[in-house]
Design a protein around this ligand. Structure first.
Ligand SMILES: NC(=O)c1ccc[n+]([C@@H]2O[C@H](COP(=O)([O-])OP(=O)(O)OC[C@H]3O[C@@H](n4cnc5c(N)ncnc54)[C@H](OP(=O)(O)O)[C@@H]3O)[C@@H](O)[C@H]2O)c1
Length: 382
């Protein structure tokens, strides 16, 4: 007879479940086990409680009503604003994990590029600290299995060349408050990993499904492509050889969960990144052909700032003016970046798991086709 202690039931505390990556994680956690419970810290909105948001989320993530009913029984929701002390109720989260072994997956963040620094810090840094404190409390009760922190490959900031998984602070600058605060948050997580079982996951630019290109979210990468498709981009202030690392959302979620199953060593860091980067030139080739629009010229940022911009301030009006001179400004840094992410650690830890990355060009073609066919989320292909 075995003398091993009875296994505790497992609870996963998943923050950011209403977001693009979080939804994918939630669906997969629900599908891969029938008894693992989930605690979801979710914000209420002006017109919906956190529970109502969770119910709406479940309808999207679990289409079959009977399966959904069972899934709902496994989920507890705690109304939570991770960005403020008043909105943070760790004791309620703790109460819902009593007697269980806990995994925490912290994906909640503000991904906006242009939030004022203090607001971005409130969610991305202080929110991460709150989740780490919770993990510490759970660990003190002897019930912490693992903490997975979803960072970003762009903690590399304004570096160029190749960023490695073991690197974090190399004295880099940052393009915006998002990169800076994600760097600060990862630094916190790495610090706490000296005492707690914490691993770090750094996706690059996350986009639609690896095979169908399907996406539930048209933010980040999709906005510049949408304005391009609408013929609203008269020119691009950037570099034709700027490079992009675009990775499918299903690959990111599945990789994270599989890596988490292996209980990686504390401090392990994984780049969840593409098979290869793709250049602006290649993306323009594919997208202008697919969208049937004129290819905008790419103008070097120096020429743009010194000569073209002052001219455009005078001659450009309406939406194109807004796109190039105002709304599109947050994207300028990404029109010149030439950054690669080495993912040897992730590749080695995932080898033999049957997970593969799609061919980059075919994948980009597929996400752009999906965006075109749904008019960037306005219609559905089904
Ligand atoms: N998308 C990418 O290309 C990408 C690339 C690399 C890394 N990542 C990382 O992946 C994670 C998820 O990103 P995503 O693309 O899924 O972003 P997203 O769609 O904007 O989702 C963000 C999630 O965080 C939640 N959240 C934000 N502020 C919160 C607060 N104050 N309290 C509680 N919850 C809050 C959001 O809740 P609401 O629904 O209430 O807003 C949402 O569930 C982030 O950590 C991001 O840095 C994303």
């Amino acid at each position: 007879m075995s003398n091993s202690p009875p296994q505790l039931p497992r609870v996963t505390i998943l923050s950011g479940s209403t977001g693009f990556v979080g939804r994918e994680l939630l669906g997969r956690i629900l599908a891969r086990s029938s008894d693992e419970r989930l605690v979801l810290p979710i914000r209420g909105t002006r017109d919906r409680t956190a529970r109502e948001r969770a119910d709406a989320l479940l309808e999207r993530v679990v289409p079959d009503p009977e399966t959904r009913r069972k899934a709902a029984e496994r989920i507890e929701v705690v109304e939570t604003d991770l960005g403020s002390d008043e909105g943070w109720h760790p004791e309620e989260v703790l109460a819902r994990t009593a007697g269980a072994s806990c995994r925490l997956i912290h994906g909640a963040a503000s991904v906006s590029f242009d939030l004022p620094l203090e607001l971005a810090r409130a969610v991305n840094v202080a929110g991460t600290r709150r989740m780490l404190d919770l993990a510490e409390d759970i660990d003190a009760r002897g019930r912490l299995e693992h903490f997975a922190y979803i960072s970003t490959a762009f903690v590399a900031g304004e570096r160029s060349g190749t960023a490695f998984e073991h690197e974090l602070d190399v004295g880099q600058g940052f393009s915006n408050t998002y990169e800076r605060t994600k760097f600060e948050a990862e630094s916190l997580a790495q610090e706490r990993a000296k005492a707690l079982p914490i691993s770090i996951y750094r996706p690059s630019i996350v986009a639609g499904h690896s095979e169908t290109g399907e996406t539930s979210d048209f933010k980040v990468l999709y906005w510049p492509l949408k304005v391009l498709a609408r013929g609203l981009v008269p020119l691009i202030p950037g570099r034709a050889d700027a490079s992009y690392d675009i990775v499918p959302v299903d690959f990111v979620a599945e990789s994270l969960l599989r890596l988490l199953d292996t209980r990686p060593a504390a401090g392990s860091t994984f780049h969840l990144t593409a098979a290869r980067t793709i250049t602006m030139d290649e993306i323009l080739d594919i997208s202008t052909a697919l969208f049937g629009v004129r290819r905008p010229p790419v103008v070097s940022p120096r020429v743009f700032t010194s000569f073209v911009r002052p001219l455009l301030e005078v001659v450009l009006w309406g939406r194109p003016r807004d796109v190039v001179l105002r709304t599109g400004r947050v994207y300028y840094p990404y029109l010149i970046k030439a950054l690669r992410f080495d993912h040897a650690n992730a590749a080695s830890a995932l080898s033999g798991q049957g997970l593969s990355l799609p061919d980059t060009e075919a994948y980009v073609r597929s996400i752009l086709s999906y965006a075109r066919d749904t008019d960037f989320g306005r219609t559905t292909t089904r």
